[in-house]
Ligand binder design. Structure first.
Ligand code: IMP
Length: 179
């Protein structure tokens, strides 16, 4: 695998497609095991989680329902903490078992903002699955139930994640060079 250049930045190979695949398979197996008989609703956070979610839901074997949220807080390579809500889920979450599907958790502001909104509909439970987490950047002290990989606090692209609109289509994950 070679370096890629997106706009003004260069990225180098970081997490292979095979490693991603086994991480997603392990998350799916845990969800299968924990949610049997509960028909959870997976709330997929767009745009970034679309590829992770597409792979995850096809590896989960129990019956699930899907809904979508489109929200953003990132500009370039920085988390702004200011949420832009494009649309929220349509399902009634009252009494439901909800799993939020996030691509990457950085400061955790997006996730905690969503947890509060979701909590106001009184679901039976709310858990989170994310493919990647940057533990040193995370500003909350809760534990995420289904966490894929912990990574250093570097800006990454690929497998759904972008840098100003580019890089989502890369089939593995790249990190910013020299950061
Ligand atoms: P948080 O609110 O700081 O946790 O940021 C979460 C959102 O920012 C994610 O859903 C991503 O869309 C975006 N994000 C965070 N880190 C990165 C990264 O390294 N590359 C691309 N997008 C990122």
């Amino acid at each position: 695998m070679k370096q890629v250049t997106l706009h003004d930045l260069t990225f180098e190979p970081f997490i292979s497609a095979a490693e991603i695949d086994s991480t997603v398979a392990s998350l799916a197996a845990q969800i299968d095991n924990d949610y049997r008989g509960r028909n959870p609703i997976l709330l997929i956070v767009l745009n970034g989680a679309f590829i992770f979610a597409a792979d995850l839901v096809r590896k989960i074997t129990i019956p699930i329902r899907l809904d979508f949220i489109k929200i953003s807080s990132y500009k370039g390579t920085e988390s702004t903490g200011k949420m832009d809500e494009h649309f929220l889920w349509k399902s009634n979450l009252e009494g439901e078992h909800v799993i939020i599907v996030e691509d990457i958790v950085d400061t955790g502001h997006t996730l905690n903002y969503l947890k509060e909104k979701i909590g106001s509909q009184h679901p039976a439970s709310v858990e989170v699955t994310c493919l990647l987490k940057k533990p040193t950047a995370y500003k909350y002290d809760d534990h995420l139930r289904y966490e894929g990989m912990s990574i250093e606090d570097k800006f990454v692209v690929g497998y759904g994640l972008d840098y100003n609109g580019l890089g989502r289509d890369l089939d593995s994950i790249y990190k910013r060079s020299g950061s």
